[in-house]
Design a protein around this ligand. Structure first.
Ligand code: ATP
Length: 457
């Protein structure tokens, strides 16, 4: 983990939020390569979930909605985590996480009484993660919704707040009818969305794994009640295959079944990834019944029923959900593709990203920085490539250093413009360049006219 965190900072992937002010807990900024990687992660998901799925359409709903949305969804009343405070140092921790460390199960669905009973039964085994004392107060419930005064100009706005969305899928449910009435879709169909979500996490930790402001990629598939479990099984398979297709090793991803289902859910499994701190939730795949549409129908008074054009049957569609965080995928991708090896007798760090995720697809170098004819030609090649691929022009330091820098950010190819490119040494090599492969270090001479095809293979 330390190696990943340091690489992310050193090479401009991830910075601590508000660093010059001493940081801001649970907040991180993506740097120049991080934003490219995050964008590629989102593009890969969007391509798989929207472009390649004939029955799924996209959406970008507002972050702040009518507050009733969050009453209907159950978040105002029940979106809370169990909090316990250390009486010695005042550190607040998640009671369920402390219990997990002593191998006792608890979760946010338990009542305060239940979780206190469980906590009391093992109290003497649990120490504060900060000071090591065993002086905890009682477990209380802390609501994770983040309040805002957007559109509310009263001094006592917090009595009547709006909320920053705690998950993106509520924006999907409230637009179910709009999408149905304005597009060609028929049940079963899905709506996919990528966007920011906010939670007042009690103890954000493990780097970008648990943030207070994070991004989700969610898809809700609206299905006929009788088809729910069939489509649930299908989506479970598809989502696991997605990670294998990205290049994750099968031993690094596994299923985890929820021990304690919410009353309306038919099934809930998580895809867990083998993070540096162990297997933890990356994505949730849930069969949610008709809970969400029922709630919004009740609270809004607007019918959410679907009239099946083939059977003339009217019903409330059930929902199969897939939900994953951009930030957790980012950390999983960094973990999966981080490698150290030796190339040409030298130790190096290399990110073996698949091409579609690599922040930079190709780096273009003039062999020497102080030879204008090489620099000019390299800039020409950069201009040509950057029309088709995310390319980077680099003339800092010697070529060996540039290779190491590009290996560390996972660039699959480096292209060097040398005197042969100019036809100065061997006229047969005029207008060819050296392409160096990140993984093998092999160098191949390629004509500039064939470069784009070569790099896109
Ligand atoms: P956890 O149990 O780890 O708190 P959760 O079960 O509350 O997660 P969901 O509400 O199912 O998470 O959210 C769906 C996905 O959103 C998660 O699988 C995760 O990838 C991502 N996610 C949730 N909370 C956070 C967070 N605080 N920071 C980063 N990503 C998050």
């Amino acid at each position: 983990m330390d190696k990943i965190v340091s690489l992310c900072k050193r090479r401009g992937f991830v910075f601590s939020g508000s660093e010059i002010y001493g940081g801001f807990v649970g907040s991180f900024d993506y740097g120049p390569y991080g934003v490219e990687l995050a964008n590629n992660i989102k593009a890969a998901w969007w391509q798989a979930m929207v472009h390649r799925e004939p029955n799924i359409v996209g959406l970008d709903s507002a972050i702040v909605t009518h507050p009733k949305v969050w009453e209907a969804s159950g978040h105002v009343g029940g979106f809370s985590d169990p909090l316990v405070e250390c009486k010695a140092c005042n550190t607040r921790s998640r009671a369920d996480h402390l219990l997990e460390e002593v191998e006792v199960f608890a979760d946010e669905k338990m009542s305060v009484e239940e979780i206190n009973a469980v906590f009391d039964s093992v109290r003497e085994k649990i120490s504060c993660p900060k000071c090591g004392e065993k002086k905890f107060g009682p477990v209380t419930k802390f609501n994770l919704l983040v309040k805002t005064n957007l559109g509310n100009f009263k001094d006592d706005w917090s009595a009547d707040p709006a909320y920053l969305r705690g998950e993106t899928c509520q924006g999907i449910y409230i637009n179910f009818k709009n999408v149905l009435d304005s597009t060609r879709v028929k049940v079963p169909f899905g709506i996919a969305q990528i966007g920011k979500a906010f939670r007042n996490e009690i103890a954000p930790r493990q780097y970008i794994f648990r943030k207070r402001e994070f991004e989700q990629m969610e898809m809700q598939m609206f299905v006929a009640p009788a088809d729910e479990m069939k489509l649930y099984t299908l989506w479970k398979e598809k989502r696991m295959q997605y990670y294998l297709d990205l290049g994750f090793k099968p031993e690094n991803v596994r299923w985890h079944e929820h021990e304690n289902l919410v009353f309306y859910a038919k099934a809930a499994f998580d895809i867990e990834y083998n993070f540096p701190f162990g297997f933890k939730e990356l994505e949730g795949v849930h069969a949610r019944g008709d809970y969400d549409l029922t709630q919004h129908q009740t609270f809004s008074g607007v019918s959410m029923e679907y009239l099946d054009p083939y059977t003339n049957e009217k019903y409330l569609p059930h929902v199969v959900e897939t939900s994953v965080g951009v930030d957790r995928t980012f950390l999983a991708v960094m973990t999966e593709f981080y490698d150290e090896d030796e190339l040409g007798g030298e130790k190096r760090v290399v990110l073996r990203f698949p091409k579609k995720l690599a922040p930079i697809k190709v780096a273009v170098f003039p062999l020497l920085k102080n030879r204008p004819e090489l620099v000019e030609k390299a800039k020409e090649v950069f201009a040509l490539l950057s029309e088709h691929l995310r390319a980077e022009f680099d003339d800092n330091g010697n070529v060996g250093k540039r290779y190491r820098r590009q290996d560390e950010i996972g660039t699959p190819h480096c292209v060097t413009i040398d005197f042969d490119t100019l036809g100065e040494e061997n006229p047969m090599l005029k207008d060819t360049v050296t392409v160096r492969d990140r993984d093998t270090g092999e160098q191949t001479r390629v004509p500039i006219t064939e470069l784009i095809t070569y790099l896109q293979q």
